[in-house]
Design a protein around this ligand. Sequence first.
Ligand SMILES: *[C@@H]1O[C@H](CO)[C@@H](O)[C@H](O)[C@H]1NC(C)=O
Ligand SMILES: *[C@@H]1O[C@H](CO)[C@@H](O)[C@H](O)[C@H]1NC(C)=O
Ligand SMILES: *[C@@H]1O[C@H](CO)[C@@H](O)[C@H](O)[C@H]1NC(C)=O
Ligand SMILES: [Zn+2]
Length: 968
Amino acid sequence: MGKYYNVSKNVAVGLLVIAVSALVTIIALSIAYDKQRAKNQGNPGDDAGTGSISVPPTTPFTSKEPWDHFRLPDSLIPDSYSVTLWPRLKPNAEGMYIFTGQSAVLFRCQKETDLIIIHANKLNFTTYLDKHANLTGLGKATAPTIQRTWLVVRTEYLVIRLSGKLAVGESYMLQTEFTGELADDLEGFYRSEYMDDGVKKVVATSQMQATFARKAFPCFDEPAMKAVFNVTIIHDPGTKALSNSKQMDSSDAILDNIPVKVTTFEPTEKMSTYLLAFIVCDFDSIVSEESKFLIRIWAQRKAIGSKQGEYALNVTGPILQFYEKYYNTTYPLSKSDQIALPDFHAGAMENWGLVTYRETALLYDPVLSSTGNKERVVSVISHELAHMWFGNLVTLRWWNDLWLNEGFASYVEYLGIDYVEPTWNIRDHIILYDMQKVFAIDALASSHPLSRKEEEVNEPSEISEMFNTISYSKGAAVLRMLSEFLTEPVFAKGLSSYLNTFAFGNTEYKDLWDHLQQAVENTPDLSIPHTVHDIMSRWILQMGFPVVTINTTTGGVSQKHFLLDSDSKVDRPSQFNYTWFVPIKWMKNGMDQQQYWLLMEKDTSAEMRVSGDEWVLANTNVSGYFRVNYDEGNWDRLLSLLNTSHRILSVLNRAQIIDDAFNLARAKIIPTTMALRTTEYLLKERDYIPWVSALRNLDYYILMFDRTEVYGVLQAYLKKQIEPLFEYFRTLTSNWTQIPVGHTDQYNQINALRIACGVGVEGCRQLINNWFRQWMENPGHNPIHPNLKGTVYCSALAFGGAKEWDFAWRMFKNTTLASEASRLRSAMACTKIPWLLNRYLEYTLDPTKIRKQDATSTIQNIAYNVVGMPLAWNFVRAKWSHIFQEYGKGSFSFPNLISGITVRFSTEFELLELKKFKEDNRQLGFGSATMALVQAIEKTTANIKWVAENKDKVLEWLSEKTVAGNFR
Ligand SMILES: *[C@@H]1O[C@H](CO)[C@@H](O)[C@H](O)[C@H]1NC(C)=O
Ligand SMILES: *[C@@H]1O[C@H](CO)[C@@H](O)[C@H](O)[C@H]1NC(C)=O
Ligand SMILES: *[C@@H]1O[C@H](CO)[C@@H](O)[C@H](O)[C@H]1NC(C)=O
Ligand SMILES: [Zn+2]
């Protein structure tokens, strides 16, 4: 799945929202990973079958019948399916949207058995003589008669008991007929709605990953159960039907006295069920003429009409060509469709040949969208297309290895973007959007290893929980480190051999290590100190990462498990005792040195001993997944280097010094004032990545202190630091009439404006209010540049009242551009007026006002506002059972909700409230937010301690700096 939730990465970076007493941040995105779905547990009451098990899922099972296991037995292997689905885009007499279907699955018997166990969830089967299915033998096989059939709700099975045994090596065909609900639950085969010139339109679409194909038709719904799918879709003559493969035929027919189209598709390649897609819609498309295969972009007619699909179309062909070269394997399919859906839970989904997206992740309006929107579109496309090979052609055997699939796509997506947008230096951005983000989570004692044992991941909710920041971003970070120390050509060679060996099959992560090892062995001039397997085991089988300490006076180099809260206890034992094999790229006095491997806890390196003005900088370009600490002397020399000639260090290393220092200080390894000192040179810094690193870390200070006396001096200090940047951009843009040329300059212009307005830099608010007023006076003509809209809207609403808010709401409802709607939706959370915020909170639970897919992130935005935080917390507590029951099934991302609301928690009272919340809802539970709740408690505890220990020091340091500034 695509990893971005609904806010653009760039927009999200420290999206400082100006609320209440000026500056409040709203970023949330460092945590706003959607991914995790709420627990999808069967409701025993729904059971339509006979003899089904009605035990609540929390009760441990004692009975161990084959259908009590969440994993399929290995007796039957599917070969192909023929699936016909007929979604009704109008409600039936009872007001329900349904689909009907027929399915035949052809399977082979591998082990003698008298049971057929196949996944099915929430389907009503047509029964004949009480049986849910028909069975026929193929070839010379005769099928035993069916004795009894029943549904098991808890494990989501249809079970068929036969009167005799199926014979090993023989093939059989199982046929079923069924009806399902085409619900608006964003799972399985579901419906999405939108307005088209005042007319409501319905789309039937699907999301199968991870365990929802079984909700569309009965199937062996595990990634290793690959098969060929012959798909037929029945639909209204006025609509289009799409699926994974090319259309073969479409003919008119009359069914149930209704004229319909019957569209059949070519048999698919051998593939996993979670990658299937079925769509019926009245969309328009654009087609690429140049490619060897068919490339199309689909969206609402209006969006295609206003050319919002062009950018996606233009980059898709080149990105696919790039991957063909990089993987050294041709694109495995004959077409590539990509479609933007009005309602979609994840950011995007890599269905093979028919990739589905949120509208904001695929559509880009050349006039109205921002640079951030553009980057998001190309990033998500690049991520999903990377999966066409890695994930789809070669698929991990089971969900415990999800990290490899998602981490891989999250790493190579940067290579794909770099190929189509070579001027962006996009490969640097992995530091911000993956590494720094996951460092924060993986430094908690409650983190977990990347890789899990197969037997630890069984139930759908356990599978959902795998879609988290660790899998995506730590996966990306360790694979990048691997590619760095193997070198890119060797990495690519091993990869290509892996993909070619296992095409159309399944693997586990060790298979990739084996092929990379072969590539190493075939490269005589490359040497690594241990095998790929042994080096990587330490990074994937134990949680966390090391802080490497270099003592430049002695040459001592050592490592230690880095924990943000130095008092926290690690309960999870590690076979490697929390030590790693650490590849250290480093430089001395600006000169790159030979890579150094730290292979034990403590070592010495004569080269790293320096004297006089000499300095050492390790982990250049943050190529390794670890933090670095130095002796005080070297820290001082690095700080003075920043203050005198910061450009000697690369942008990434400047960013890294700041981020390491702040985090080492959080962990009490270096003094807090040392971290604060890394921000002094920002007076001269003009580059985006160091600024974002600093702002993110200062964000923490803002969150901890924006309700205390420290906030005044913090604002004054920020004002002093941001003024030169504000002036720089004012000049560069001829008094804000132009937009900078450089990609990251455009982002940093947004930072400058946002912070400056937040802390009251002269002229900033006036500028913004003028723009907004002009727009309100003439809504048909928006004078604000798309890049700046997010910031301007938020500030204007923060400084404005109900009139501004209602205007924004009207614009939100009227816009036909999804990214514009998304900006306005975030901005409406910036108001400082409580009743407006409370009304907005109520709107989030009304799908006619805020789409279900956007509910969580909207509540999160409100909670990020210092005025909105207590309101959102009360709201969520008061409505928890409603939220859990109504939205808990997939469309609501609970982990984000919890982590978003608690991000500012730093008092004993808040900790008590949080624990009470956990206690009060023990019965109901927290689904996939369980882990997030544990983390929230750990973080709050750490925050309380941090504030107690640092408040006075921070106040003192900032006061000193700002008083000095006043006298300047
Ligand atoms: C699906 O189509 C293939 C190719 O035409 C065919 O061999 C296979 O038997 C079909 N499967 C089913 C279940 O009808
Ligand atoms: C099963 O066979 C019976 C009798 O031939 C037939 O009426 C029924 O429609 C079949 N059901 C399915 C699901 O194919
Ligand atoms: C399935 O059957 C149940 C029980 O009869 C009924 O409440 C539900 O509406 C049915 N669903 C569909 C999609 O027909
Ligand atoms: Zn993905």
